[in-house]
Design a protein. Structure first.
Length: 411
């Protein structure tokens, strides 16, 4: 059981705290409710750009990293389609420095031309390195565009194209910041060797004076129900053909989300999984096979992937990938197989929470979802084998499937 304290500042900032006296450190995690789904289709990559811009200096701190490192700390951040997350790790006796640094960039980010130009170049180079020069780097550019027709999940977090980032102006930056990066659109999680009284004092002192802001509403259309199979082919400098089958599935808050997650664990988690035993070890079709859920807030995708062996028949491999997934319906998991999968999930969740840094991120996400950390495992434990069969039958349908075949490019 994880004991937490929760309170909300008058400006809307939600704060969650867990004290861990076994460490001499403290992790501050700030989760903003903004991601690539909040971008205009003609200006994608903004949330990811802002992840970088938030390190470009604020009103009182010209160099965020340098100030934190001077206090013995370190930091990092990530962005996905739904959220942007920043975390700082500092010695407990210097924790107020982290409160000061995070509050200052929330209140008054420095909108300098130099910072924008530097970070724009950094993001453009990352786009080239990750998407253009890395095998399968543009996979989700092709897949998302096929799978989604209306929803902003159709463009990748890093951006749809380089020109969208290259053309960002100061006015665009200021508007995006003031519309999303605000105390009433964020959760602060603090975990480590610090009392709830100190957290309350520092939160009130440093974040309390920041005014709430008007948050841009999400007015994009819902994704229409897919009614027929979709297919696409991509080519690139890749070592082998990759088959991806993407099925629309519920978002995180849906009651069937845990069943979807467990379906992919049954199929591809570990060497006892069905994909590993039957597709990789017992056939000549695949060098690797995987299954996963994107894990998005709104209805997203369940992914089945298989990398083909040289000379493997593409049609046979695709049929085998699909058939093995559907084996959960025709040959439901035994009690032993299902319990093993639940135990694996519970062990990952439990051991992950032993890290105060991971726990801070998880608590922030729980607060954003309106759930408690201790409710996660029971939510998954409530799933039954009958639910696996029912949900797999509903999702793994041909008309709900988008297939992308990514082939090596012949120079």
């Amino acid at each position: 059981m994880i004991l937490t304290n929760r309170f909300t500042l008058s400006n809307g900032l939600r704060v969650v705290h867990h004290q861990n006296s076994a460490t001499a450190m403290v992790a501050l995690n700030i989760l903003y409710n903004v991601g690539s789904r909040d971008e205009h289709p003609s200006r994608t990559g903004m949330a990811h750009l802002f992840e970088h811009l938030m390190f470009g200096g604020s009103e009182n701190i010209p160099e965020f990293d340098k100030a934190l490192e001077s206090a013995g700390g370190t930091n990092n951040a990530w962005t996905n389609c739904d959220f942007t997350n920043f975390y700082d790790i500092v010695p407990a006796h210097n924790v107020e420095t982290a409160f000061w640094l995070e509050s200052d960039r929330m209140k008054s980010l420095a909108f300098s031309d130099k910072a924008l130009e530097v970070q724009r170049q950094v993001v453009c180079e990352e786009f080239k390195q990750v998407c253009l020069n890395q095998p399968y780097g543009d996979l989700y550019h092709h897949l998302n565009r096929l799978a989604f027709k209306e929803h902003p999940y159709r463009h990748p977090v890093i951006g749809k194209e380089l020109s969208h980032i290259e053309g960002v102006t100061q006015d665009m930056v200021r508007t995006f910041f003031h519309s999303h990066y605000a105390p009433n659109n964020a959760v602060l999680a603090v975990v480590g060797n610090i009392s709830v009284d100190d957290v309350r004092e520092y939160a009130e002192k440093w974040f309390g004076p920041i005014p709430s802001r008007g948050i841009s509403p999400r007015d994009y259309p819902p994704e229409p129900v897919q009614t027929e199979p979709r297919r696409g082919v991509a080519y690139g400098r890749v070592p082998q053909t990759l088959i991806v089958k993407a099925y629309h599935m519920p978002g995180y808050v849906d009651p069937d989300y845990p069943a979807c997650d467990l379906i992919t664990d049954l199929l591809a988690s570990g060497r006892t999984s069905r994909f590993y035993r039957n597709l990789v070890m017992s056939s000549d079709l695949f060098t690797r096979a995987d299954a996963s859920v994107v894990g998005s807030e709104e209805p997203g995708l369940m992914l089945l992937m298989g990398a083909l062996r040289d000379g493997a028949d593409e049609s046979a491999a695709e049929a085998a990938l699909e058939a093995e997934a559907l084996s959960l319906v025709g040959n439901p998991p035994s009690d032993y197989e299902f319990e093993r999968t639940l135990n694996l999930f519970e062990s990952r969740q439990t051991f992950g929470s032993m890290s105060y840094v991971n726990l801070a991120s998880t608590l922030a996400m729980c607060e954003m979802h309106g759930e408690s950390f201790d409710s996660i495992i029971p939510r998954y434990r409530s799933v039954r084998v009958a639910d696996i069969v029912r949900v797999a039958s509903a999702i793994l349908r041909p008309e709900n499937c988008t297939t992308l075949v990514y082939r090596p490019k012949n120079d």
